[in-house]
Design a protein around this ligand. Structure first.
Ligand code: ATP
Length: 455
């Protein structure tokens, strides 16, 4: 585990030093388990979100976007069962006062029964309290009075809003099943054991789809979404198959609403834990909301005249866990030669080009004309073509390369005295460390071609 901790430490410090992720509220001594996404982190996360939206919403004919509020009518959470059962079992150590999730102290097979007899505090060996159920939802008050009638909750998942809006979407789209609704947004959980950097925080972002389907087609749709999730993991995030585990949850361990669940886990340095999830939620949610609201939420099949509550297949992705897995997967340390020809360790983020915060860095070899003019013009052209570009003319070229390697820029383009003569520049590849001379006018299509091909 020593090496594992080193790797997390390396990542956390790189993220801070290079402007990916900073500790939240640091100016005021910090605020536990909250994080700011800095200039590069925000680009990486946005690229992940954009890739997701373009693949699953724009890229498909059967999924539509939606945006619903973080604070909803509390009746929705009563109907969905969250007020009653969105809890984690909590125990405290009587001696050192450490707090634990009881389900994390027992083996997976015992998670349902939660028999803690014989289990002592993992921290000090002290005696544990009895289990208490702790509701994870953040409570707030809407309006000027703070009483029970004005109590409301921050959503613990984006899914709830989609079920509540199902009737409106059904009525306005007028389309045949199956189809899905997608939403990206913040969710909030008062986690008992937050930690491991951005793995478990109390405020996080989800990317979720609720896919509505005839009950007889649910299992087929489940398999289709499992394939989609596999291809996202491999083709977009480029996570190695040796670090991703698809775990079919055994029937007896399934949540009460689920007919099948696959947990998609990643081997983080701190252990194999959830990255994403896929569940067949049956008609549980729609039937709960139908009962509680008194509205008919069934779908009428125009061909067969059958009226039924659709089943829902729910693939869910954590945006922050995607960022974490991508950073861990692609952080590498190799060797590079210094200007003096000596070898030194090089930290490099081998991010897929489409996800990289910066696609190309334009580096004039000297800070003088006509190099600066040519480099500035190239930067403007590439920006105009939609790429995220950085222009850097400070420090030695070696230092500038290192900086770009650390933020994962796939291509550094050096403009040198030869550029003025033959209108070409050198493109250095982050991974191959190869150099290629390309005509300035061909660079935009060269990049477009490479990004397209690598994805
Ligand atoms: P865990 O078992 O890790 O608590 P979960 O099974 O409760 O996760 P879901 O309710 O399925 O998680 O949430 C869907 C997704 O949202 C997860 O797969 C994960 O990517 C993300 N997620 C859930 N809780 C958190 C959190 N506290 N911080 C960051 N991401 C989270």
């Amino acid at each position: 585990m020593e090496g594992a901790r080193d790797r997390m430490d390396q990542l956390v410090s790189l993220c801070k030093r290079r402007g990916f992720i900073y500790p939240g509220s640091e100016l005021y001594g910090g605020f536990a388990n909250s994080w700011d996404y800095g200039p590069y982190g925000v680009e990486l996360k946005r690229n992940i979100r954009d890739a997701w939206w373009s693949r699953f919403v724009h890229g498909r004919a059967d999924v539509y976007g939606l945006e619903t509020p973080i604070i909803m009518n509390p009746k929705a959470w009563e109907a969905s069962g969250h007020l009653e059962t969105f809890t984690d079992p909590l125990v405290d150590c009587k001696k050192c006062k450490h707090r634990f999730r009881a389900d994390q102290l027992v083996d997976a097979e015992e998670e349902k029964t939660l028999d803690l007899s014989g289990i002592r505090c993992p921290n000090c060996g002290g005696e544990l309290t009895d289990i208490r159920q702790f509701n994870l939802m953040f409570k707030t008050f809407v309006g000027v009075t703070e009483d029970a009638s004005s109590a409301a909750f921050l959503r613990p998942e984006t899914a709830g809003g989609m079920f509540v809006a199902w009737k409106n979407v059904r009525d306005s789209l007028h389309r045949r099943l199956p189809f899905g609704i997608a939403q990206i947004g913040k969710a909030f959980r008062n986690e008992i054991t937050p930690g491991n950097f951005i793995f478990r925080t109390r405020e996080f972002e989800q990317m979720e789809i609720e896919y509505f389907v005839h009950p007889s087609k649910a299992s087929e749709a489940f398999d289709m979404w499992l394939q989609e999730m596999k291809s996202w993991v491999a083709d977009v995030l480029h996570l190695s198959s040796s670090r991703v585990v698809y775990k079919d949850i055994p029937r007896e361990e399934l949540a009460h609403y689920s007919a099948r669940t696959v947990d998609i886990e990643y081997r983080y340095p701190f252990g194999q834990k959830e990255l994403y999830g896929l569940a067949n939620r049956t008609d549980y949610d729609l039937s709960r909301h139908q009962d509680a609201s008194g509205e008919d939420l069934r779908y009428l099949d125009p061909d067969t005249n059958e009226r039924f509550l659709p089943y829902v297949i729910e693939p869910t992705w954590g945006a922050d866990r995607s960022v974490l897995a991508v950073l861990l997967e692609h952080l590498d340390i190799d060797e590079a030669k210094t200007a003096e020809g000596e070898k030194e360790p090089r930290m490099v983020l081998r991010l897929p080009p489409r996800l990289a915060p910066v696609q190309a860095a334009i580096l004039p070899l000297q800070k003088k004309e006509p190099l600066v003019a040519a480099a500035t013009e190239l930067a403007a052209t590439l920006r105009g073509a939609g790429w995220s570009v950085e222009y850097d003319e400070t420090g030695s070229i070696g230092k500038r390369y290192r900086r770009q390697d650390e933020i994962g820029t796939p291509w550094c383009i050096t403009v040198d005295p030869q550029t003025a003569d033959d209108h070409t520049a050198t493109i250095r590849d982050r991974d191959a460390m190869s150099q290629e001379r390309v005509a300035l006018r061909d660079i935009p299509s060269w990049i477009a071609d490479k990004v397209g091909r690598r994805d």
